[in-house]
Every structure is written in structure tokens, then in C-alpha cells.
Design a protein around this ligand. Structure first.
Ligand code: SF4
Length: 340
């Protein structure tokens, strides 16, 4: 099976049908997590709305993304979105940072219609200092963003899943639908509109070795830093219904070592300029997430989180464990096709 047909077969299998879709009046998830805002440690309220999901995930999708499983299989109505928001607000405790995701693009009308977008933003206006949402670059324009910027009293932040600044990595290994230049151009448009910009960078897309993955993320930090206010390094974790899971099940993919996250941040910190560099790994320490040997994972994850919150990356230099040697060997030997 070639990678193209594998990706399309996986995409077909993971999407819920409209008839079997989950309850459209319930959001996917909501939780509170630590964050930093203008130097303050704050609590961030994270909300995932249930929508039709990312259109690109239906056609082919990115190799690591299984969010289509959390979608409806059809567009949500304005009434359904309003009910999801009402339920979410029952959980909201005036956290100063709010992040709203949709398993796709908040600015795609097929996922969230313009009036519902504005309703979401207005609901947090006057209560949150900063509101973030994520979109694909083709939806980031004055027409979609300006009304939201005007409806929100605090700072708006728009996140883009840039993943890598290397066009080959982005198209052939991540399977994004647009080149890195589309993401950089969108960030430029967003800045002109007066909103903050954030990019997610993927650590270890499939088909890269551990050391190639570190090189890719460090170079991407250097090339994207001038265009974004925040860069977030996201190490791959194995999501269900993805090409990465297909490879993982066949022993052909290992999630990145936490040492690789540490190295990416240490080397990236030297290239980021004034841009914030953060990493909050999902599923850290688990077999399906970025992990080390098991005994040091908790301490390394804690150090990564602290460094991300206070932007002090020197603390990462002091980390050590006996498994560091195995990681170094993996970085050296994997390019030769040898298992460390
Ligand atoms: S990573 Fe983003 S663009 Fe790619 S399939 Fe998932 S939601 Fe769509």
C-alpha cells in the first residue's frame, strides 16, 4: 500500500457517519490547564466544540491527526452550537486565558457559522484577557477575523498548525494541504489585523529519524520565530485512526523521546529571539506519547512545563538519567538502520 492510498483509507474509516454521530448539543471536552499570560502564571480554560471537523481530514488528513473521530459527520446547527456554549459556560470560572478548539478550523463557516463565532467570542469578552482559537491559513482573513477582534475586549490569539517550515516534511510526511508559505503569509495577515499569532510545530512526523526530527523542529523555530508571537513544540502522540497509528502498530514508528523535546527546546531557545517557545506534551510518559525510560519521565515533563511557563530553558541542562545514553545511541544509530 503506498502512503497516499493508506492516508485516504485511514481517513475514510475514521470519520463518523451523520447517523451514528454523537450528541450535537454536547461539546467534546473542557478542562483547565496552567498557562502564562504577560509573565503571570494563570489558569487557562480549554474548550473543544463539536463541529463537522476539518474538511481536509475528510479528504486525506494529516498523518498524526485523529480529531475527526470527535466530529459530527455533518455541520452543527447554530442552535446546537449555542447549546454547547451554554453548557461550557456552566464550567467556566473566569479563567483569564480561554482556548477554543473545534477539531478543525474555528473560522471555517462549515464548522462554526459567523454568527455563532461571534457569540462564542462575546461570551468570554470582559471575562477573559486573552482568547485563542485555531484555524487553517486559508480562512484567516480580515473578513473572518476583524468582526471577532472587534467583539472581544481583550487580546485575540490565532493559532496555526504550521508543523514544519520544510515544504517536503509538510507535504510528504505530515500531509498538510498547503505549503509553509501559506502559514507564514496568514500569520502576516493576522498581525496586520492586530491579533497575536501562535504556531504549533510538530516534533517527529513519521518517516523522520529522531535526530532529523530534532533538526527539523529547531530549524523551524528559527525560520518561524520572526512571524509568530508564540511557537509551541508538539511532540507526536499516537491518536486513533491515523497513519501514525498504522505505522506504530506495525513497529515502524516510535513516539519521540522526551530527551528530543528537551533538545529541541534547548537548541530552539537560542534561535527564537523574543518569541515565546513552549511545549506541553500530550500523553507524555505514556507508550503512545513522547516518553523516556519510565523512571525519569515525570521529572523531565515537569522541567519542560516549568521552562515553558517561565521561559527559563537553562534548567533543562541539569536533567539527566541513565536512559539518556540510549537516546543518544538511538540518534546516532537510527540513520544507519540500526536499533539502539
Ligand atoms: S492537523 Fe489540522 S489540518 Fe491536519 S487533519 Fe487535523 S485538523 Fe485538519
Amino acid at each position: 500500500m503506498n502512503p497516499e492510498s493508506l492516508a485516504r483509507a485511514v481517513a475514510r474509516d475514521r470519520r463518523p457517519t451523520p447517523a451514528s454521530g454523537p450528541d450535537a448539543s454536547r461539546f467534546v471536552n473542557a478542562w483547565v490547564e496552567p498557562e502564562a499570560l504577560d509573565g503571570d502564571r494563570v489558569r487557562a480554560f480549554v474548550l473543544i466544540l463539536r463541529t463537522r471537523g476539518c474538511y481536509w481530514a475528510d479528504l486525506k488528513g494529516c498523518t498524526m491527526c485523529g480529531y475527526a473521530r470527535d466530529t459530527l459527520g455533518r455541520s452543527a446547527t447554530a442552535a446546537e452550537l449555542a447549546e454547547q456554549l451554554r453548557r461550557a459556560l456552566e464550567r467556566y470560572r473566569d479563567e483569564p486565558y480561554v482556548k477554543v478548539y473545534t477539531s478543525g478550523s474555528f473560522l471555517d463557516d462549515r464548522e462554526v457559522d459567523p454568527a455563532s463565532r461571534e457569540a462564542v467570542v462575546r461570551a468570554f469578552s470582559g471575562r477573559a484577557r486573552r482568547l485563542l482559537f485555531e484555524t487553517l491559513p486559508e480562512f484567516a482573513s480580515g473578513g473572518t477575523v476583524a468582526p471577532l477582534r472587534d467583539a472581544f475586549s481583550g487580546e485575540l490569539e490565532v493559532a496555526l498548525g504550521l508543523e514544519s517550515t520544510d515544504p517536503v516534511v509538510l507535504s510528504r510526511y505530515v500531509h498538510k494541504n498547503a505549503p509553509p508559505s501559506a502559514y507564514l503569509d496568514a500569520a502576516g495577515r493576522l498581525r496586520q489585523l492586530g491579533v497575536r499569532t501562535k504556531a504549533y510545530l510538530l516534533l517527529k512526523p513519521p518517516y523522520l529519524t529522531e535526530s532529523e526530527a530534532i533538526e527539523d523542529v529547531v530549524r523551524s523555530v528559527g525560520e518561524a520565530a520572526a512571524t509568530f508571537d508564540t511557537l509551541s513544540v508538539n511532540p507526536v502522540h499516537i491518536q486513533g485512526g491515523t497513519v501514525v497509528e498504522w505505522l506504530f502498530r506495525r513497529g515502524r514508528y516510535r513516539p519521540p523521546w522526551l530527551w528530543s523535546v528537551v533538545e529541541g527546546l534547548r537548541l530552539g531557545a537560542a534561535r527564537r529571539g523574543p518569541t515565546r517557545l513552549v511545549s506541553f506534551p500530550t500523553a507524555g510518559g505514556l507508550a503512545r506519547g513522547p516518553h523516556n525510560c519510565g523512571s525519569c519521565d515525570r521529572a523531565v515533563l515537569s522541567a519542560i512545563e516549568q521552562a515553558s511557563l517561565d521561559q527559563q530553558f537553562d534548567r533543562l541542562d541539569q536533567l539527566d538519567c541513565s536512559c539518556r545514553g540510549a537516546w543518544e545511541a538511538a540518534c546516532r544509530l537510527e540513520p544507519l538502520g540500526v536499533e539502539a
